[in-house]
Design a protein around this ligand. Sequence first.
Ligand code: C2E
Ligand code: CA
Ligand code: CA
Length: 762
Amino acid sequence: MPTRNGQSPERLSWRVLLWTAIAGLVFGLVGLGEPAEDALRVARNTLHTHQASGDIVLVEFDDQSLRKVGRWPWPRSHQAALVDKLSNAGARRIFFDLTFSGLSRPADDAAFAQSIRRSGRVTLAAKARFGPDAGAQQDDVPLAMFARNAQLGSISVIYNYQNAVWRVPYASRVRGHTVPSFSAQLGGRSGTVGENFIPDYSLDVASIPTFSAADVLSGTDFAGKLRGKDVILGVTSDAGNDKFYLPGTGKMGGVYLHIIGAESLKSGTPVDLGWIPAFLFGLAAALLSLILRGTRNQTIALASGAAVLLLGPVLTEMRMVMLDITPGLFVIMVISTALTWRRYRVRGLVNPVSNLPNLNALRADREGGRKAIVAARLLNYEGIVATLTPAGERQLVEQIVSRLNVGDSSRTLYQGDAGIFAWFESRGQPFGNHIDALHTLFRNPARVGGRPIDLAIAFGVEVGSGRSLSNRLASALVAADEAAHDGLKWKYHDPETLADASWKLSMLSQLDDAIDRGEVWVAYQPKIELATRQIIGAEALARWTHPDKGPIAASEFVAAAEAHDRIAKLTDFVLEKAIVAAAAINRNGGSFDMAVNLSARMLVDKGFTLRLSALLARHGLAPQHLTLELTETAALGGNGEGLDMITRLRDFGVRIAIDDYGTGLSTLEYLKKIPANEIKIDQSFVKGIADNRSDRVMVQSTIGLAHSLGRQVVAEGVEQQEILDLLIEMGCDIAQGFAIGRPMSLDSLGKRIAMERKRNAA
Ligand code: C2E
Ligand code: CA
Ligand code: CA
């Protein structure tokens, strides 16, 4: 399900992949994975251990030999005897993993030299020295008297921090000559200096034919067992001080290295593909997981990628094709971790049933502040779901979602628990009809597994305020509940329902009495005509001065009275006072206009028109001198009833004003439909025209629009002279606000008008 930024919450961005690829490259180039790489290779080797060829025989100087024959090093006469015995037994070649570089007893040396010459098949070890003191001078080579009739073989190897050998050279440079390694010679392959291969440690070292040197010396019968074989002699006893770490086997005599190297070369041509192929494969698996949808598919892609990386080399390495896999694995692991983390984070923002973003996601919408919230509540949802399987619930939700998407499938739908859905609407759009239509759609039962399910739905709308999205959503839901309670399809949020209920109730019970006791009175706020700067009327505003609490804000008790259907008495009271006042001001034939606020509730009061005409007649005020102010939403709410009443009032001659214009659902259609004489632009816009461009545009275009429809424009809340001047420039008709006059007593208003008349007369 796409979110605001068009990104699937369950998928990763390309950027994550790019950075992972770069990190993987560095990982591979630096060789960070070496320890893990070695451990993995050892583990793989256990899956394909194989037997030695049997062509290479080890004659070991082991503990047993040293016990039987004597302490190490043995006199070279013993080595001479060994050469003779082995040659006589038909050995093909004899390799000594010992460097005979120093002199010993002359007689022994001579005997050894002679045996080498007699045999003609001896290879002696030479060793290039590495490290800071390296150089041809330090290279270990056999004495010339031995070397003269022998082959030379290099026993240099490359070992790592663990003293483990992971690379065996084909040849080394010793005293300026290229000397093929024991492994290369025994394995029957050649290569250049600097070229090396990864030995195959999957060889089972126990399968190497082995004889103890002591047994060979004592002439044990090995007839036939050595004929045609290559023999390598080396120290395996601890006394020899020649031990290496054999991966997968442990510490073993260095001689094994040469045998393992040789056996590796015998079983195939070792190829080292390095880390790039596995790295690319890991990247491909990561890429796939980015393209695929759904947790399951992504997991399958990554897990099978990892499995191939872990096990694939088992097959290739059986054919001596070596692969390094840690950079590839690294990529897969990073992507898996990132995905898991993302899912974990996203889980808090997604409804698990539908995968739609949930209400937390709605609350986090950054642009939500500028939009209206519509909340839908399936009233019987929990009761229905209790009878459904999880799959059934998913089916039901799918049908609900597809109905809610009718007419506008592009917007994001949010789903909460317990059958709550919500979305944003732009404030400028009229969506009342749309909600009506949606409500109608829900009259048809849903079908789950062939069973019809009746759905009951109600909608609530919060058009917007400075409050947090969380509060606004709660308000929209309260409005939906109220709509359901009142049997309406939908309802706007009433800001007052959130106020302190207990005070409101006691206040309400007191309001009627307060009117009777005279605590309620009417203030008048003058309105001037901008062209002439003359007072042309006033707005009547209810005031309640509570004996204990002092003045109570009009908005507070008016909204409370409205919400509880107690507004009629207040309205009638204010109307009467205002009509009496206007009639008095106009007694000498003036055209003073009195404005009275009319709550929406009054529009359904059948007796209102009658009472109004009676009042006007009784006090002698012409209907055209009375303006009734209606808030935008008041006229729209409910059915056509309100509009009928407005039309009747207009026909009767009373003027109609649209109050607080701009805060609700104002459209051209709406303006045309309501037969208002006057549009009062809400204070919030008027206050902004000096420094807010969009407020200025709104006021200017409203003036243009209203004039084109033949309506007058009143600017409310004018607090500064600067704003007044701007309004004149913009062609506004009438202004009201503290800059002109605060709401005042009738007495004060009378004095102000009298003063103005005197000035005009003068
Ligand atoms: P409203 O109809 O928008 O009335 C204008 C409100 O703005 C009044 O607040 C007024 O005192 C205030 N006002 C006027 N000029 C300025 C200004 O320059 N700056 C500022 N900051 N405020 C200004 P009030 O009297 O507290 O009334 C609040 C609301 O209560 C009214 O808003 C109206 O909706 C409602 N109301 C007041 N009297 C009645 C009534 O008799 N019947 C009904 N149904 N509603 C009433
Ligand atoms: Ca008003
Ligand atoms: Ca107003």
